[in-house]
Design a protein around this ligand. Structure first.
Ligand SMILES: Nc1ncnc2c1ncn2[C@@H]1O[C@H](COP(=O)(O)OP(=O)(O)OP(=O)(O)O)[C@@H](O)[C@H]1O
Length: 304
């Protein structure tokens, strides 16, 4: 068994870089042989993970936020490697669904203890996502924020992205097919959720389970901007589901088509545009996770 930590030094406003020392100390104490590599730019996590698999590493630990996990997982496609996560980004929404603590020591202990579980993932436009794929308002916010980040760093880029998008955004006409059932809708957003939350703790699909073989699909139908603004904070508690214009459906294979090209957000990254087919990959990836609070049937012990 050979492990590699892929550290995004800029994740969590530099928390990733600081975590490296912590990892080195922990691994030394436990006498575990692991290598470390730092990402240099966007997309590097995927390239490093792919290279690591070719070099025979079978435990690949993404150290960063959801973006780093997304890239690392995509670099591991087609391998039997196990994904580990040390959350040190700003949001870490996938880690929350997996019960992986934001406390670095506790997260490192999960790697050390070596419990493994398989979780589902989604596939769209030839790429994997582990947490949430979406079209509509939030995908537009991801795009705007990426543009603004070229000029402004930090959380203010996201805030500006939200406000700029809200100014011009209007409902989108889409055709959705969920497991063969077709619907035409005017939507503000469609979030296809494997995990429960995204965007730094927004519980878009509070009942979603990462290992049940289904996506929870949250659709926010056409709504006035005033009502949308009032809806936004309720997503943090999951109470948005009580609003009339919000629907929650479940399914495995989702097709979204639209006349206007809509951007696809995949775990906070732009993953192409509509038309898109989103496919459930049951037990699609092996991850190192806590053995607490998960049912015994999904746990297998992996020797260290
Ligand atoms: N050295 C680097 N310099 C600049 N960007 C990088 C570097 N390494 C990786 N990235 C990019 O940084 C982006 C953000 O990373 P990540 O999502 O892990 O952290 P975060 O944004 O702090 O956390 P979260 O997504 O959980 O809120 C990713 O899109 C990744 O491609």
């Amino acid at each position: 068994m050979k492990g590699l930590f892929i550290i995004n030094p800029v994740a969590g406003k530099g928390r990733g870089k600081k975590t490296a020392k912590h990892i080195e100390r922990f691994m030394k104490e436990k006498a575990m042989a692991y290598d470390i590599r730092f990402t240099c730019c966007k997309g590097d996590g995927e390239a490093i993970a792919r290279d690591a698999i070719q070099k025979g590493y079978d435990k690949i630990i993404a150290v960063g936020g959801d973006g780093t996990v997304y890239e690392t997982a995509n670099g591991m496609v087609g391998s039997h490697g196990i994904l580990g996560i040390i959350p040190c980004g700003t949001g870490n929404d996938l880690a929350k669904s997996l019960g992986i603590s934001g406390n670095i020591e506790k997260a490192l202990n999960i790697i050390f203890e070596g419990y493994e579980r398989t979780i589902d993932c989604g596939k769209a436009n030839g790429r994997l996502f582990l947490n949430v794929a979406s079209v509509g308002l939030d995908a537009e916010i991801v795009k705007e924020t990426e543009m603004i980040k070229k000029y402004i760093k930090g959380p203010s880029a996201y805030v500006m992205g939200v406000f700029k998008t809200l100014l011009y955004f209007h409902d989108k006409e889409v055709w959705i097919d969920i497991d063969g059932v077709e619907m035409k809708k005017n939507i503000m957003l469609i979030a296809v959720a494997n995990g429960r939350c995204y965007g730094g703790g927004m519980k878009i699909a509070p009942e979603a389970r990462i290992d049940d073989g289904y996506f929870d699909i949250c659709i926010v139908n056409k709504i006035s901007k005033g009502k949308l603004l009032r809806l936004f904070p309720t997503i943090f508690s999951g109470k948005h589901l009580l609003v009339d214009e919000v629907e929650l459906l479940r399914g495995k294979n989702i097709k979204i088509e639209s006349r206007e090209k809509l951007i696809l957000n995949m775990d906070g990254d732009i993953g192409g545009e509509t038309p898109v087919c989103i496919e459930m990959l049951k037990n699609g990836i092996r991850v190192m996770a806590t053995h607490e609070n998960i049912s015994e049937d999904v746990i297998t012990f992996v020797s260290k």
